[in-house]
Design a protein around this ligand. Structure first.
Ligand SMILES: Nc1ncnc2c1ncn2[C@@H]1O[C@H](COP(=O)(O)OP(=O)(O)OP(=O)(O)O)[C@@H](O)[C@H]1O
Length: 267
């Protein structure tokens, strides 16, 4: 579904070049929910921008459903961390959600159906006529998620989307993402620096090394599919998985890039 092969990104700089990504290779199957974690500054955002077609890699390729990504693909949506900057304050909630659908040139009635369904799915149908600034941070992020879902993407990319909300809201949004992923059968790539969040959400966690970056490990999350904030996080297996990933990230931060794992290898 999504194939990333040999991805490298070098930024030019006044004090020399920065090799943000060295050699990233992995693939996501249709309908998979994978999380990507790594130490601060390892290139998570850079990778997501390359996958979303917002930035050209220096070498390597991103292929979505057999087509090379050279610009924003039509069936991909992205949710960024900064919901405050991603919503237009002068547009009501519904108009924010429908804006990309207008760009898709969908007729008015279809736009309304999709925005109703998406706002209902995130529990905000009653706030459709409010302005973003009248809503809490968590509600604004739900609007951004509704906007992404209404677009009916095959692939949803999320870049640390819950970093700026409080712990309880974050837990609710995590459960919302898993519910939406099941309901809309999307392929989801979720970037986070929070290891517990990655283990709780994902079917798979890709661990990035420190910069210059490779995929250091690809961990299958063999927890039951039905997840629950209290019971799942209390499971012995949850603790084992988080400890393993935590140790890898700490080692990566201390020692720099490690040798790459075989692409797609799981444990
Ligand atoms: N436009 C740019 N020009 C030069 N260097 C850049 C640019 N954008 C990012 N970098 C560098 O590339 C590396 C990766 O940055 P990136 O923002 O992708 O990492 P990140 O993992 O998302 O960071 P964080 O965890 O702090 O959000 C960093 O060393 C950063 O300084």
């Amino acid at each position: 579904m999504l194939d990333v092969t040999g991805l490298q990104k070098i930024y030019p700089g006044q004090q020399g070049e920065v090799e943000a990504l060295r050699d990233l290779t992995f693939d996501l199957g249709e309908g998979e929910l994978a999380c990507l974690v790594g130490p601060s500054g390892c290139g998570k955002t850079t990778l997501l921008k390359c996958i979303a077609g917002l930035m050209r890699p220096s070498s390597g390729s991103v292929v979505l459903a057999g087509t090379s990504v050279t610009g924003p693909p039509p069936d991909m949506a992205v949710v960024f961390q900064e919901y405050g900057r991603s919503l237009f304050p002068w547009l009501r909630v519904r108009d924010n959600v429908e804006l990309p659908l207008k760009e898709k040139k969908l007729p008015k009635q279809r736009r309304r159906e999709l925005s109703d369904e998406a706002l209902d799915a995130v529990g905000l149908l009653k706030s459709a006529d409010a302005y973003p600034w009248q809503l809490s941070g968590g509600m604004q992020q739900r609007v951004a998620i509704a906007r992404a879902i209404a677009y009916e993407p095959r692939v949803l990319l999320m870049d640390e989307p819950f970093a700026a909300v409080d712990a309880q809201t974050r837990a609710d949004l995590e459960d919302l993402i898993r519910a939406l992923w099941k309901r809309f059968s999307m392929t989801v790539l979720f970037v986070t620096h929070d290891i517990d969040e990655a283990v709780y959400l994902g079917q798979r966690v890709l661990v990035m090394s420190s910069s210059p970056t490779i995929i250091q490990d690809d961990v299958a999350i063999d927890l039951p599919d039905e997840r629950d904030q209290i019971n799942t996080r209390g499971e012995h297996r949850f603790a084992e998985l988080r400890t393993r990933i935590y140790a890898e990230i700490r080692n990566a931060s201390q020692s720099g890039a490690a040798q790459p794992q075989e692409a797609g290898k799981t444990h």
